[in-house]
Design a protein around this ligand. Sequence first.
Ligand code: PEP
Ligand code: MG
Length: 573
Amino acid sequence: MVTPTTVPGPAHGDSSPHPVLRGTPVVPGLAYGPAIRLAQGVDEAAIEAFGTGGFADTEAAMAAYDVAVGLVTDGFTDKASRASGATAEVLTASAGLTRDKGLRQAVETRVEDGADLLAAVKGAVAQFVDVFTAMGGLMAERATDLLDIEARVVARLVGEPEPGVERPEVPSILIADDLAPADTAGLDPEVILALVTERGGPTSHTAIIARQLGIPCVVGCAGALQIEDGTPVLVDGAIGDVDTTVPEAQALARVEADAHERAVADAWTGPAQTTDGVGIKLLANVADGESARGAAAAPVDGIGLFRTELSFLDRRDEPSVDEQASLYAEVLQPFGEEGHYVVVRTLDAGSDKPIAFATVEDEENPALGVRGLRLSLNNPGLLERQLDAIAKAAATSSSETWVMAPMVATVAEAADFAEQVRSRGLKAGIMVEIPSAALLADRMLEVVDFLSIGTNDLTQYVMAADRMTTDLAHLTDPWQPAVLHLVARTAQAGQRAGKPVGVCGEAAADPLLAVALVGMGITSLSMAAAAVRRVGAQLSAVSLQTCRDAAEALLDAPDPQAGREAVRRVLAG
Ligand code: PEP
Ligand code: MG
């Protein structure tokens, strides 16, 4: 166990000349090195020299546009062919967006109306950005991708190189406003030690690709771009601190200690239990068969959250029961071993995860609207068909299948859902994401077999802070005491009922918080497979009593920062 170091307070209200900046931590790990800021945009002089482009007519202007689009698309496709997994998918999606017919049409219409080509490209992209932003959630985060495409197309039109990350001469901390997929995909972890962006949330492409590359990453860090190139920076991707004040020797010692901790974690193979033998189920969060097969290679006891809606984000029509069943079977299949289980979540469509065939359109306030289980109010067949498909998949596999509903608010909803699930011979549970479900946890457990706390939404609803809003990242922090008190209350209800209560939100992947969650009585933690070893290694270094002490100290803490420090103190003994 590494001796924790006291981390200085967040920048909010800090008047010192060198404040420690605080962003949203997305990939844990410590890194120290000189800052290098990403130069964004195309050389203004080249844009000026290009002027209107001097095209004879719309056809000539659009021919130039098509050539530029072709070059940018080829660049994305080429990078995608050299990447894998999420990175390749993201780059392929960018290639598709570059060639988008609707975007081309919007450019052409503007040129026909008399705009010069560069203005037409800008205007068309701005129109698409507005549409994406208005859609909110995951779509809004794609606005950065569009702006990146605009910069690349403009660069190609004026004969400049496409903007992007240049390989620094010495290993550095890359600081940017936000990173586009193509920027992030080409990053070399040998020379980019950490990523810090001023914008972007935990689901931005920066975060997704940094997670895959294993580069420590902090997003939504206001003020980061004011750090001058060459300034030594310590980035803590577990906490979100970006610190230019730490003396070099101290920073290097912390980085070394972190590297040691990572090495211990990498070598950890399970089982997940405290030093006194209390077992905790460590599970993976997955989106499809591919991620489930990947997760099976990690030391996990199964899947704690299969987000079924993620398989259907690009589908216009509801897949048939048979098609759904074969998709679900792919996720169940790798976990047939005795003692393993898979928790399938029914569609959580709506709000940040819009799905064409399910989501209610034009809601004023989709996060508080008809999402998750509520979709079955007006469309009961949607849930019934999905449950039939899950049951069909379960029947073809030897894995134990549990099913849970998202966004449950009342005991009646839980009871009705449980009846439908059990009538198909499966174990029934609900997610605790709405404060009412946590407050009524005892009664919920009278009607279901298990609970799984979704700390992402629970935090959003307890703190009345949109989980996608960068400016509110300090409120959407699962270390907020009000959230933790509801988690503890839910865990205690589980202990009284003798039924499992897990955590499947991002909080479960935080090794420090995991200790306190186990101390509260949480019985399983479900997270990205890449995070499992670190959490497992941390838990196997502490006793149940230490976990309980950590939970008690945490629940007494007045704010997230004090909570983190309190748990660190308990761990330091
Ligand atoms: C959560 O809300 O914590 C959760 C796990 O669900 P999602 O992130 O998919 O909304
Ligand atoms: Mg949720």
